[in-house]
Design a protein around this ligand. Structure first.
Ligand code: PLP
Length: 473
């Protein structure tokens, strides 16, 4: 029996030639929107069709992807931030081929996979005051782990979070989501408490009740791109320490170089007790998440041998995600990606900020590194006031959507409105973009804003379509 098995392995497992992925895509790729309409989120294709984003893309590289007519699109969204190194980075790609070719005995669940150990070591080197890592498969899972660990470690239940916060959409993470739009209809959620980002008095009031396990905060909020006010996180940490509660920094979006530091919290001079990471960590190829924390916190959760699986995830330390994570950290160091992100981010920020005085509907540019928020605002001139007011009355956020559509249809640049009811566009491109992409974006933005400030024309026609759509919801 054993000999037979060994000989099959020696000859190689027969390849099932019936399965042909490329052929399948070639045969059925054209059905993509129909398949989604029938079997997946029923609103996705409706939304894409309404805004004219229902394209067929064929391939991608770096900060670009291409449609079936061969047109290139500049990606200023990076798959919601996962493609920090652009798409199909050769080093990550090779690492993934290698990990498959190694035929590892992965996920035995009863050994110590070395790649997870090495990735934990490398990641913790970026947070020297933290000692241990827990790996999972997504940002929301990393946040769920943080919430559970904070509760178990402190013996308290309540989490304080911020208005407009976004930490993921599973029930625990949803309970600390600062937007009613997301929470509505999913009650009852956990009885956590929101404060406004920057409100130290509110934080202290809540802490004084003695039942707070932790304060959970994004150093720069993804929805709206709002940074913690200077000094706020440091003062919050001092209060938390006084009241024996924990500071959790959610770096799922801001981490891995996005803001021009490896972690955004460096900028605030704090030492969070827990840090959550995901998105860019695997270079966008493989779902991944990580929660980094102190030894004593892990000690409370994994308090005895029979608690070894008290918090766990089947795929958590899988070799592909770990290999992609290691390759990502390698590239980030070798190619000085964080420094580059800071420089390119500063350039893009400065070029956009220089336009604020030129356009009355451009209110502010904010953010750090390559996480940039473009805030639009109410115009003063009579010519524009009415159009703006009509859009606002239909739904706040439609002007930003008009600009997103203009960038896409006229210049093939992908961006996104930074959250429901916000007149903000968020730019989170690959960290590897250069001056070429900065120029393309700024030139396109100028063209679209020039058009928007004419107060009539195609863009405003599209605005009227959006208003009708908003009215018919
Ligand atoms: C700050 C933050 N935390 C958590 C999440 C959730 O991550 P995921 O979508 O991987 O669950 C996100 C996603 O955008 C995020 O921006």
């Amino acid at each position: 029996m054993l000999q037979e098995a060994q000989s099959i392995i020696a000859q190689g497992v027969p390849v099932n030639t019936d399965f042909d992925l490329g052929g399948l895509l070639a045969r059925r790729g054209a059905e993509r929107y129909a398949l989604h309409a029938k079997h997946l989120n029923p609103q996705l294709h409706r939304m894409l069709h309404t805004i004219g984003f229902d394209k067929t893309y064929t391939h991608a590289a770096g900060a670009y992807f291409w449609d079936e007519e061969g047109n290139d699109y500049l990606d200023m969204l990076a798959g919601f931030g996962v493609f920090a190194l652009g798409r199909h980075h050769p080093v990550i790609r090779r690492a993934l081929h290698d990990v498959l070719d190694l035929d590892l005995a992965d996920l035995t669940q009863f050994d110590a996979p070395p790649l997870a150990g090495i990735l934990a070591e490398r990641l913790l080197a970026k947070t020297p005051h933290l000692d241990r890592a827990y790996f999972c498969n997504s940002g929301t899972e990393a946040v769920e782990a943080a919430l559970k660990f904070a509760r178990r470690a402190t013996g308290r239940s309540r989490i304080i979070y911020c208005g407009h916060a976004f930490h993921g959409l599973t029930v625990g993470s949803l309970s600390v989501n600062g937007e009613e739009e997301f929470r509505k209809g999913f009650d009852p959620l956990l009885p956590d408490t929101a404060i406004e980002l920057g409100d130290l008095d509110a934080l202290e009031r809540e802490l004084a009740r003695g039942d707070v396990a932790a304060f959970l905060v994004e150093p720069i909020q993804g929805k709206g791109v709002w940074a913690s006010p200077p000094g706020f996180l440091a003062a919050a940490q001092a209060l938390l320490r006084k009241h024996k509660a924990l500071l959790i920094c959610d770096e799922v979006q801001t981490g891995v170089g996005r803001t021009g530091d490896f972690f955004a919290y460096y900028h605030d001079g704090v030492e969070p007790d827990i840090v959550t990471v995901a998105k860019a960590l695997s270079g966008g190829y493989i779902p991944v998440g990580a929660m980094l924390s102190k030894d004593w916190i892990f000690g409370k959760v994994y308090s005895s041998m029979d608690k070894v699986l008290v918090h766990d995830s089947t795929f958590g330390s899988n070799a592909q995600a770990m290999a992609a994570g290691l390759a990502t950290l390698h590239v980030i160091e070798q190619e000085h990606v964080v420094t580059q992100a800071r420089r390119t981010g500063d350039l893009l920020h400065a070029r956009l900020a220089a336009l604020v005085d030129r356009y009355e509907m451009l209110a502010e540019i904010r953010g750090r590194g390559l996480m940039i928020g473009i805030q639009f605002g109410r115009p003063e001139s009579l010519k524009l006031k009415m159009g703006w007011a009509a859009l606002q009355a239909a739904r706040v956020g439609l002007f930003a959507q008009m600009v997103v559509a203009g960038l896409f249809h006229r210049h093939r640049i992908l961006t996104q409105v930074s959250g429901d009811h916000l007149e903000v566009i968020k730019l989170i491109p690959p960290l590897t973009i250069t001056e070429v992409e900065v120029n393309r974006f700024v030139d396109a933005f100028v063209d679209v804003m020039d058009d928007a400030h004419r107060g009539s024309g195609l863009m405003w026609d599209f605005g009227r379509t959006l208003m009708k759509q908003a009215a018919s919801r």
